[in-house]
Design a binder for this molecule. Structure first.
Ligand SMILES: Nc1ncnc2c1ncn2[C@@H]1O[C@H](COP(=O)(O)OP(=O)(O)OP(=O)(O)O)[C@@H](O)[C@H]1O
Ligand SMILES: [Mg+2]
Length: 121
């Protein structure tokens, strides 16, 4: 089964086309390298897949859920993990506090958070 199915995915910022008709398929368990020159649209694509920005056109499913549908996007967000180029960590918090803070967004209970954070000493 394909985990990512992008068909003619396109993103325009005003008149400028940043991602132009991208079609790609990534299978479950596949390690996929997404390469291209600076400005090719890699980050813009990943931001669309993660639901951080909307697509302009095209159809894309992740795990069978549609990135254009907000209810589906909530489910996709539970499936994916994203390490962006600029990591949004708070420097005035400790490593533990950062993990604890993000764990709350994933609705992990206090005990669960503590247990999982301690797995990474
Ligand atoms: N929010 C935005 N508004 C307008 N143009 C944008 C925006 N974000 C990206 N772009 C433009 O879209 C194009 C693709 O940018 P993107 O950051 O996706 O490229 P990239 O492949 O990730 O490049 P790099 O290898 O440098 O990280 C670039 O020309 C960029 O200037
Ligand atoms: Mg980039």
């Amino acid at each position: 089964m394909n985990l990512i199915d992008a068909e003619n995915l396109t993103k325009k910022f005003g008149e400028f086309t940043a991602v132009d008709d991208l079609t790609l398929h990534v299978e479950e368990g596949e390690v996929f390298g997404f390469l291209g020159p600076n400005g090719a649209g890699k980050t813009t694509t990943v931001r669309m897949l993660a639901g951080l920005i909307s697509k302009t056109s095209g159809k894309t499913q992740i795990g069978g859920y549609d990135i254009g549908n907000s209810a589906d996007m909530q489910k996709i967000r539970r499936l994916i993990g994203l390490l962006p180029e600029n990591v949004g960590l708070y420097e005035n918090l400790s490593a533990y506090q950062n993990l604890d803070y993000y764990g709350r967004f994933y609705k992990i209970g206090e005990e669960g958070r503590q247990e999982r954070i301690e797995l990474f000493p």
